[in-house]
Ligand binder design. Sequence first.
Ligand code: LLP
Length: 404
Amino acid sequence: MHYTKNKLLIDRINVDRIIRKFGSPTYCYSYNKLKENILKFKKNFIKINPLICFAVKSNNNKTILNEIARLGVGADVVSKGELMAALKSKINPKKIVFSGVGKTYDEINFAVKKKILLINAESKSEIETILQVAKKINKTIDIGIRLNPNVDANTIKEITTGKNSNKFGLSEKEVINLINYYKTSKYLNIRCLSVHIGSQITSHIPYLKMLKTVQKIIDKSNFNFKYIDLGGGMGINYGQNSKELNYKKYSDKINKFVKKNKVNIIFEPGRSIVGNVGYLLTKIIYIKKTSKINFIIVDAGMNDLMRPALYKAYHRIIPTKKNKRKVSKRHDFVGPICETTDKFLSLNSYQKLDEGDNIVICDVGAYGKVLSSNYNLRVGANEVLIKNSKVFRIRKKERLESII
Ligand code: LLP
């Protein structure tokens, strides 16, 4: 993304032109960036040669998933819907893992029929349900058990998952008990120990603590896991604080761990693969000026992008036409939704803007479109992909009539 003659281009395509052709608001994704991120991720863990299972929850667009499949990546799914989307997008079932605390009998049955790699169970009751499915079809099912290592990921409170107050996974003790209980089962094959401690993690320290607990379980249980699934959570730089995860320190530690334990590593990254791949293009409908604030009212709302309202998440906002006329007054970028939290960003100054101008909300490829809703009975934003210098619509536009 850069400016040429003060006009914003994404992968050398003029952003205003995309809006003119596809309308607004529009989620716009860059294929180049997607490919670059996947290659970078592979490079960061090159010595480990992990199985990368993309967290479909972060972006479930079928075209994006299909591009990910072509780049050799698998999927981490958390519902039958995500599993169907992954399979339809030609992701290899032998590269799919199924996570989540509430998988139903029907979902487990479906996953087993589709011969996916692993079902990562999160409770004894869930293991019992898997057992029922196995007995019904008289087959052995490969499972993983998810550990909750009680580690603080030092991220946004709402997206931490590895503390004992969180609903995810099982304690060290419980995991060991379950391994001992089920390791001789005729119907269950424990293949994996999985763990995921949270999202938008920017320090390697919590990961090292997590690895320590994983090692403890291996030592105490004396059980040979084929896979260790270390989850995702790798943070990206949203531009507010420039702290970035030290991949080298994390991967060095995993290298040693792999050498010692002779296991295969699985990762479930979402944000680090698609976060900076997506932009939300939106048009300024009105500018409402009060004595203290200029409200920049755009045609995207919190129903299109929930992260700022939900987690006070920061997303950069940039204009599609740059100028040097600075307005030193508070600017609140807001949507049309009838909620005060329908606000994307508040800044103390901004360049001069006019009604009808377009702006771009950055780094929304992960947990952007997937978290959207029809709140206020609004149709979903368009989705387009830039690939090979062309722009393609990649999700059919919702019709107002079909959601009423
Ligand atoms: N694996 C499991 C089991 C997960 O629960 C998640 C994310 C991931 C992998 C992928 O994590 P990532 O690499 O994307 O950090 N809506 C929030 C994020 C919620 C993450 C939920 N789980 C947000 O907008 O920040």
